[in-house]
Design a protein around this ligand. Structure first.
Ligand code: AMO
Length: 445
């Protein structure tokens, strides 16, 4: 008999079906054995009656065993109907059960609240939990919707390299790799320089790229390897055009998540993010002045937003402006990457911006320098040797329009969407200072 997916069982009342999946839960009640069976489409309750041919198998199967079940779809009596539950109006009367694969003894019951390290140590198992599957289904929708939105706005997707000859961001936080012929290589800290080059080819380009950061920071928002959606667009007047596209794309993405996963927000104790007609925009100085006033707190570093500044300005915007998103602009140029544009009339402030979401920076972007000579001068002023960037500089030598772009980290975006405190829980296989899955290979630890 052909396999029926669990989500389709409601349409087969009185029918005989075969389902394949996992034992999710097992409950023994006197002579009856109840199961929750799980497949990729959902969960259904099954019951093994004392006379069932499945009785012998039913007594030995345990959670996470993989089974094939033959059963009859029965309507539940009115008093047993659980309206809010998937398949809450039916029950599968188990007529036969075959074990496809056994599971060893489990470390703990699936869905048990364990600390993050234990959760991560057992990822091949814990990723099966409801909570994890919800997180990564939402993430998958974020990726899909973000991509679709960019494509709709005429962006062409390209693949950026992860192995690179130098560090795009000009920082020290870069992983070195042994390359051929004694050449040094690095893991890309950003697809930045490549997406700028692609403006020359496509005018509007984007990439979903792995970025690698060797920062020795153990926080709830830092990963050593993150996934970013980066876009870059040509022929702009200033950074506000990039911010407008980003805002549109973010709105389309959030709306798609809300439509596809409306039930998930409640499960995580949160709500669909608040998005007013236009996201609030504060300059760094305005934001910090507001925080000082609202929270009676002296700001120490006026050149950048601290994590506490980010949290408080978001709290303010939510309460007073009905927005879970806040743009911060006009950071001092000296605090931004070398390629960031500064208009003489706006010095010493740059055309860079950050987008904060529920207390955390999830996106950073800017208008870029597009003039070859200006870019070379900027490099020199930062102590960078333009000759070492000659490959990148070709893009500017051979004609480049004013352009800008930005980058969203999908782990941070997902984590804030569901108000998950640690970004690692929103990373399917996180890498941090102590975690790199060494038990996956023949390499000695
Ligand atoms: P930035 O370094 O701010 O900007 O990175 C952009 C976004 O990537 C995510 N991100 C991280 N997420 C988790 N762990 C990390 N260690 C980490 N580092 C970065 C964040 C951040 O907002 N080239 C510029 C972008 C641009 O101007 O287009 C850049 O890399 O969500």
């Amino acid at each position: 008999m052909e396999r029926t997916y669990i989500k389709d069982l409601g349409g087969k009342i009185e029918g005989e079906v075969v389902i394949k999946g996992y034992i999710n839960v097992r409950r023994d009640q006197g002579k009856l054995v109840f199961f929750d069976f799980r497949d990729m489409t959902g969960v259904v309750q099954g019951v093994v009656l004392p006379g069932s041919a499945a009785k012998d198998v039913a007594v030995k199967v345990r959670p996470e065993w993989v089974v094939e079940v033959k059963g009859k779809v029965n309507k539940r009596p009115e008093k047993n109907i659980q309206k809010e539950k998937q398949n809450g109006n039916i029950e599968l009367e188990v007529l036969g059960m075959k074990v496809i694969s056994e599971a060893h003894e489990l470390p703990f019951e699936l869905g048990t609240e364990v600390n993050l390290d234990t959760h991560l140590d057992y990822l091949p198992y814990t990723l099966r939990s409801d909570r994890s599957r919800d997180i990564f289904k939402v993430q998958s929708t974020i990726l899909h919707a973000y991509r679709n939105a960019l494509r709709k706005h005429n962006f062409t997707e390209f693949e950026a390299p992860a192995l690179v000859g130098g560090d795009a961001e000009g920082g020290a936080a870069v992983f070195k790799v042994e390359y051929f012929n004694d050449k040094k290589a690095f893991l890309a800290t950003s697809p930045q320089l490549y997406k700028q080059i692609m403006v020359g080819a496509f005018e509007r380009a984007f990439t979903v790229a792995k970025i690698f950061r060797a920062e020795k920071s153990a926080t709830t928002r830092h990963l050593s390897e993150a996934t970013c959606i980066d876009f870059e667009m040509g022929f702009i007047e200033n950074e506000t055009e990039v911010m407008k596209v980003l805002e549109t794309v973010i709105k389309e993405t959030v709306n798609e998540v809300a439509k596809t996963h409306s039930e998930v927000f409640g499960k995580f104790g949160t709500e669909v993010p608040l998005m007013p007609e236009a996201f609030p925009v504060f300059t760094l100085a305005e934001a910090q002045a507001l925080i000082e006033k609202e929270y009676s707190r002296k700001i120490e570093d006026t050149n950048d937003m601290s994590p506490e500044d980010e949290r408080q300005i978001c709290e303010y915007a939510k309460k007073n402006l009905g927005s879970d998103f806040v743009f911060i602009t006009r950071f001092p140029t000296k605090k931004r990457a070398f390629y960031t544009y500064e208009d003489a009339s706006e010095a010493p402030f740059s055309r860079g911006f950050d987008l904060l979401f529920k207390g955390l920076e999830i996106n950073s972007g800017a208008q870029r320098i597009h003039d070859y000579n200006e870019l070379v001068e900027r490099m020199k002023s930062r102590g960078l040797n333009p000759e070492k960037f000659s490959f990148y500089l070709q893009a500017f030598k051979y004609g480049m329009p004013p352009h800008g772009g930005c980058s969203t980290g999908i782990e941070r975006f997902t984590a804030r969407m569901l108000e998950i405190p640690n970004v690692k829980e929103a990373t399917s296989f996180p890498r941090d200072m102590g975690r790199i899955d060494s038990r996956m290979s023949t390499e000695e630890e």
